[in-house]
Design a protein around this ligand. Structure first.
Ligand code: SF4
Length: 242
């Protein structure tokens, strides 16, 4: 008889006392390197070094496909300089019109303008003073802006400043729970902190992008392609149907 060694999968108590089926750190590292070897990173809608542009794009991208986010942002750049000053002083209806194609445009325009005003009035017109704070303080300050949630704050911090945080979008959330990288039950913070405890800060950006890529290509919300999944050996949810 031949015995095949299975990777060790462990049960442990996670943050907030949530009992979760979680891969060991060693398995998590193998999952990461396998995904690195087999996937190309998703195209970013707009990789900008300017944190305020990143904030605006991320607000527009909420519940919106990449192509429409791109179009809406392009429209906005045709009409306005993407600065807190220009958008704080713009007519709200004009911002709305520019980003209409992005959906939920009235709420998003309001969020963009309110954030612009706060940045202008409280932070001298730049996000830099916020982004230089320690990461948790910076998140808290960004999330105090109406309409800016944890995902938006984490995207700005990670993409613009390389701050050690992992944004959890719908793909990251689903894939990490299925793979046992995060608790099955729990909220945004449970998933983020679980991922951050398993990976090194230098890998946070790759983890975020690769889990998105894997979720789009293979570990789809409905009918994930478990049979061809490159990390199915490590996955406690292999064979899941939805
Ligand atoms: S085995 Fe299935 S559920 Fe697990 S990560 Fe792969 S596609 Fe997703």
């Amino acid at each position: 008889m031949v015995f095949i060694a299975r990777p060790r999968i462990e049960f442990r108590i996670l943050i907030g006392g949530v009992k979760a089926h979680t891969l060991t750190e060693a398995c998590a590292q193998t999952v990461l390197s396998t995904l690195k070897d087999t996937l190309s990173l998703p195209k970013l809608v707009k990789a900008s070094a300017d944190p305020f542009e990143t904030l605006v794009v991320t607000i527009i991208s909420q519940n919106t496909a990449d192509t429409n986010t791109e179009r809406a942002f392009k429209n906005l750049t045709k009409h306005f300089e993407i600065t807190p000053k220009a958008l704080a002083n713009a007519k709200l209806s004009e911002i709305e019109e520019c980003i209409r194609i992005g959906g939920l445009y009235q709420n998003k325009a309001k969020t963009i303008q309110t954030a612009s005003k706060i940045i202008l009035e409280k932070f001298g017109g730049a996000l830099k003073p916020i982004l230089s704070l320690p990461v948790e303080e910076a998140r808290k300050t960004l999330m105090e802006m109406p309409g800016v949630g944890p995902k938006t704050a984490d995207v700005v911090l990670l993409f613009s400043e390389g701050k050690p945080t992992i944004p959890v979008d719908t793909h990251v959330n689903r894939v990490s729970r299925r793979l046992g990288l995060a608790p099955c039950e729990g909220d945004y913070e449970d998933v983020r902190l679980s991922l951050q405890s398993l990976f090194k800060p230098k890998d946070y950006l790759s983890v975020h992008l690769l889990l998105i890529s894997h979720g789009r290509k293979t570990c789809k919300a409905r009918n994930p392609h478990c049979n061809t999944c490159p990390v199915n050996t490590y996955c406690p949810s292999k064979g899941v149907t939805a």
